[in-house]
Design a protein around this ligand. Structure first.
Ligand SMILES: Cc1cc2nc3c(=O)[nH]c(=O)nc-3n(C[C@H](O)[C@H](O)[C@H](O)COP(=O)(O)OP(=O)(O)OC[C@H]3O[C@@H](n4cnc5c(N)ncnc54)[C@H](O)[C@@H]3O)c2cc1C
Ligand SMILES: *[C@@H]1O[C@H](CO)[C@@H](O)[C@H](O)[C@H]1NC(C)=O
Ligand SMILES: *[C@@H]1O[C@H](CO)[C@@H](O)[C@H](O)[C@H]1NC(C)=O
Ligand SMILES: *[C@@H]1O[C@H](CO)[C@@H](O)[C@H](O)[C@H]1NC(C)=O
Ligand SMILES: *[C@@H]1O[C@H](CO)[C@@H](O)[C@H](O)[C@H]1NC(C)=O
Ligand SMILES: *[C@@H]1O[C@H](CO)[C@@H](O)[C@H](O)[C@H]1NC(C)=O
Ligand SMILES: *[C@@H]1O[C@H](CO)[C@@H](O)[C@H](O)[C@H]1NC(C)=O
Length: 558
């Protein structure tokens, strides 16, 4: 680092500085609010809400900044509304793991990648051998979510739990005479839905109408010929109704989906004086208050304009926030770090120690981190969080834990993932180990694989590393360019996505305005010029200090 340059830049930026967000406000993004049917769980209420209950829980754990969590939230809200009527059986909640206060909770239930959904059975108690069961493949939309939930419930029933659920197992006897065998005497009518084996119709309606008195709903598969041949139906799905006298009626009406089936049942029952019971969530809940006007809005806008005018530059505040966030909310959220994961952590800390533009007070912090992770079989994540918190008290960091160039126009945009990209670009540009040119890329790969909370991002990145031959990178310069190209691929994929900040559209980087020379006449990249551009932008000599206390970084400067 050239001190003279630092001095110039520092002084020029500090004059007339609007001393940015010195307040340590927490900018964590809530994806769910009081007016949603999703119940908000947190470190204070989780155990009282979830343990020792007669119903089960489906809990989503999320990070507010994670694009996939944002894309998933509408489905989760829709599910909560949709199965509101099952609430005496299973309830729907969400925990914001991006809120530091909930870290111990997310760590305890061993959540690493987000969004994650766990099922907690009835009468649940937290014990190490039972931390809830992950519900996989959850990011798909409401009807498939319902099906995943039913699969989970059926597994529960098969494993001897879930006694509060209606019978959701297929009827397997060859005639209908056994249907009334094991139901309470209050049941007057049983609806037997005969459906294709892959259909969920019977189970879904059984759950939706489980509170209707006097009836039960069962289903059987249409490939069960012994049974089907004895029933007066020939198209599927088809439904027969049995009464206590074992007389069979075909349920009239068109029955192809849940809605039609429920309405056919309602019509049949209305004759008998039975009303179907389904509780619809009240839509009258008041939306939470509008965001209160921000008194600092004007100063913020000015600062933002100023930062945008500076173009493609890197701020100390964003880099520091990336490292702090990664240590405190990703690494510290892992209960036990060992094996490959521990190797990835040691490697990450190693390059942070070597190349991160820490201030003057950081050496004991880094030594503590390195000593703590070296030559041990395993570590507990929360202890890393404690080391960082101590460093914060000891003024190792020069800035508040906020984002500057990575601040989005709304709190749900940009933030941490933006800063993480910048951190790794910075590291590739400032790495010097010629003999190990892939050092940073390998570290990033390990970090993203084992710690990056955004599950889809992590998968995409690993897939991209393989497809783009990351392991063939043979020089420090090609490592810089490899990451640049990879990032551009992600930008292209996400352009126009709902997670895109309208004020910061995802474009190919660098833009033509920022670097006209980076593009050849035929529109191809001029990689030499791109390399120059990246080396300049991410060079350690070019880090900017708006919002940072330069006394922490360079105590000699006063
Ligand atoms: C490893 C990784 C994988 C991700 N995968 C996904 C995913 O699969 N799905 C998803 O929804 N989100 C993913 N994200 C998040 C997403 O890429 C963005 O980080 C997020 O949407 C915030 O976008 P942003 O507008 O702040 O710009 P970002 O893309 O985060 O970029 C941050 C800054 O880096 C600079 N920059 C941009 N492009 C380049 C480049 N090519 N070379 C050098 N510098 C550049 C610019 O200054 C930009 O402002 C991933 C993030 C990371 C770190
Ligand atoms: C649930 O019950 C168990 C056993 O009685 C008890 O140890 C635990 O504290 C209870 N949990 C809550 C939140 O009350
Ligand atoms: C998730 O879905 C994919 C594709 O549909 C499937 O291959 C995979 O086995 C599923 N995983 C689980 C755990 O169900
Ligand atoms: C009907 O289909 C189900 C699900 O595919 C299968 O488990 C079952 O064995 C089949 N039954 C008959 C009688 O073929
Ligand atoms: C069963 O049969 C008896 C006598 O035929 C009749 O009175 C009664 O209503 C029937 N019950 C039902 C549920 O149809
Ligand atoms: C940080 O540096 C300042 C100035 O050199 C010093 O007074 C202070 O004790 C240092 N703090 C720690 C924790 O080392
Ligand atoms: C990766 O390597 C393979 C085999 O050498 C090659 O065919 C392919 O084009 C390379 N892909 C990229 C993106 O460089």
């Amino acid at each position: 680092m050239k001190t003279t340059e630092i001095l110039c830049i520092t002084l020029s930026l500090l004059t007339n500085l609007n001393p940015a967000p010195a307040d340590q406000e927490k900018k964590h993004v809530q994806l769910y609010h009081a007016e949603d049917d999703v119940q908000i769980l947190d470190i204070d209420n989780f155990k009282t809400q979830v343990e020792n209950k007669s119903h089960a829980w489906l809990v989503e754990f999320y990070m507010g900044w994670c694009g996939n969590c944002q894309r998933f939230a509408p489905s989760w809200k829709a599910l909560a509304t949709d199965i509101f009527n099952w609430k005496d059986l299973v309830q729907v909640g969400a925990v914001a793991c991006s809120d530091e206060i909930n870290s111990p909770l997310c760590r305890e239930y061993e959540i690493v990648h987000y969004p994650a959904v766990k099922y907690f059975h009835e009468n649940y108690q937290t014990i190490p051998q039972d931390l809830g069961v992950f519900v996989h493949n959850i990011t798909e939309g409401i009807s498939s979510l319902r099906h995943h939930v039913i699969d989970r419930i059926v597994t529960e029933i098969n494993e001897g739990r879930g006694v509060m659920y209606p019978n959701l197992l297929p009827y397997t006897h060859s005639d209908v005479s056994r249907l009334f065998d094991s139901v309470p005497s209050t049941i007057q009518y049983i609806f037997l839905v005969v459906q294709a084996p892959q259909s969920y119709l019977g189970a879904e309606v059984a759950l939706d109408l489980h509170k209707t008195l006097g009836i039960a709903i069962r289903y059987a598969f249409n490939n069960h010929s012994g049974l089907v041949n004895n029933l007066p139906i020939d198209k599927f799905p088809g439904v027969v109704v049995l009464d206590r006298n074992n007389s069979i009626h075909v349920l009239p009406g068109v029955i192809n989906d849940i809605k039609q089936l429920k309405s056919a049942i309602a019509i049949f029952l209305s004759d008998k004086g039975i009303k179907i019971f389904e509780e619809i969530p009240s839509k009258t809940k008041n939306p939470t208050n509008k965001p209160t006007p921000d008194p600092k809005q004007k100063a913020r806008t000015l600062l933002k304009q100023r930062i945008q005018k500076m173009g493609d530059v890197v701020f100390q505040m964003d880099l520091e926030s990336a490292v702090r966030y990664s240590l405190k909310l990703e690494i510290a959220n892992i209960k036990i770090i060992q094996d490959e994961q521990l190797k990835a952590l040691v490697a990450y800390l190693g390059v942070v120690e070597k190349y991160f533009p820490f201030g003057h007070n950081a050496s004991s912090f880094l030594k503590e981190l390195i000593d703590f992770t070296h030559n041990v079989g395993q570590i507990e994540g929360w202890k890393i969080g404690e080391i960082v918190k101590r460093a914060e008290e000891n003024r190792v960091f020069s800035s508040p834990q906020r984002f500057l160039a990575c601040e989005g126009s709304l709190s749900r945009y940009r933030g941490y993932p933006c800063s993480l990209w910048k951190l790794f670009h910075y590291l590739t540009v400032n790495a010097v180990q010629e003999e190990n040119p892939k050092e940073i890329l390998d570290v990033m790969h390990g970090y993203v694989k084992f710690f990056f909370a955004c599950a889809v991002c992590s998968q995409h990145f690993q897939e991209m590393a393989a497809r783009r031959n990351m392991s063939d990178v043979a020089s420090l310069d090609s490592a810089i360019l490899w990451l640049w190209e990879a990032h551009n691929e992600v930008n292209e994929r996400l352009a126009g996505d709902l997670t895109e900040d309208p004020e910061f559209p995802k474009r190919q980087f660098p833009t033509n305005e920022a670097c006209p020379r980076c593009v050849n006449l035929d529109n191809s990249w001029n990689s030499e010029e791109v390399l120059k551009y990246l080396k300049n932008m991410y060079g350690s000599f070019n880090v900017r200090y708006i919002g940072s206390d330069t006394k922490v970084l360079f105590p000699g400067l006063e």
